[in-house]
Design a protein around this ligand. Structure first.
Ligand code: AG3
Length: 281
């Protein structure tokens, strides 16, 4: 690796890198190796097991796109479950929806929550309130999302999976069994979204996840977006229970959100997918 740079290496030697000023923190949590860097131009960088999770400047290019399209496609999302997302960015976006009465975030690694609270300007105040149990509309559960979903007696209008890559430890979150548990715990109508990896570099994983979701959900959609810090384009998969048309979003509710990357008035532009990938889906 080059001096003063952090590079994430993807398969076949494809790299995504940031010039860094210094490493601010590193630790081995119970689940993964966690590092935080100060970058030259993008604020702080959170890395888990060598993979970029976010940079402060541009994290909205991921969090807005993961959250708002599905919540604006659902007619009235009140109960939301977030699996993963320990930095708090996803939950922060969820709570911007006034329809949401209660959001639950299940993060397996409290080391991610703690380091994000201490070092990142992503959702500091929210994480503080969650840790102190002072956030009226949300709760944080430190635990295994797979187990939580299987055992939960609740139903959710939306389930949002903000995991690490569809390879390695998060692999279970991309299995047909997990999708079946999610389908069962969704209300009717209900909507599910997961990030699904780099279109070019994890194409096979994207296709496998899409096919597994097709066996479970009533409708499945794919889309992609260029996320700052990830090998672009990045893919997302949406599963629907019941009757939701994910090609349409509520533009009235969107007006209250003041978005920076995701453009609800151009929702149709999300569905961009390279032709060779579309043909495999
Ligand atoms: N979760 C998605 C991380 C996937 C990135 N993969 C990679 N860089 N190889 C991000 C957490 C942000 N809330």
């Amino acid at each position: 690796e080059e001096d003063n740079a952090f590079i994430e290496w993807y398969p076949r030697g494809y790299g995504v890198g940031f010039k860094v000023i210094r490493r601010l923190f590193e630790t081995q949590t119970d689940y993964q190796r966690l590092e935080i860097y100060e970058t030259e131009g993008f604020g702080k960088l959170l890395v888990l097991d060598g993979t970029v999770q976010l940079v402060e400047v541009g994290e909205e290019s991921y969090h807005e796109v993961l959250v708002h399209p599905v919540l604006l496609a659902h007619p009235n999302p009140r109960r939301v479950l977030v699996i993963g997302g320990g930095d708090g960015g996803t939950l922060r976006e969820v709570l911007r929806h006034e329809t949401v009465e209660k959001a639950t975030m299940v993060e397996i690694d409290d080391g991610v929550v703690e380091a994000s609270y201490l070092y990142l300007d992503v959702a500091k105040e929210l994480l503080d309130r969650l840790i102190k149990k002072e956030e009226p509309r949300a709760e944080l559960i430190i635990g295994d999302g797979v187990k939580y979903l299987r055992e939960s007696g609740e139903k959710f209008d939306a389930i949002i999976v903000d995991s690490t890559d569809p390879v390695g430890p998060a692999k279970l979150l991309f299995s047909e069994d997990f999708y079946r548990d999610a389908y069962e715990k969704l209300g009717d109508p209900g909507i599910y979204i997961t990030q699904a990896g780099s279109v070019y570099l994890f194409t096979n994983e994207l296709i496998d996840a899409y096919k597994a979701m097709k066996r479970v959900f009533d409708r499945v959609y794919y889309f992609s977006f260029p996320v700052i810090g990830y090998a672009s384009p990045w893919s997302f998969l949406v599963g629907v229970k019941g009757d939701i048309d994910f090609t349409k979003v509520d533009l009235e509710r969107a007006k209250n959100l003041d978005l920076y990357y995701y453009d609800p008035e151009r929702h149709e532009t999300l569905f961009q997918m390279p032709r060779y990938v579309r043909k495999l889906l």
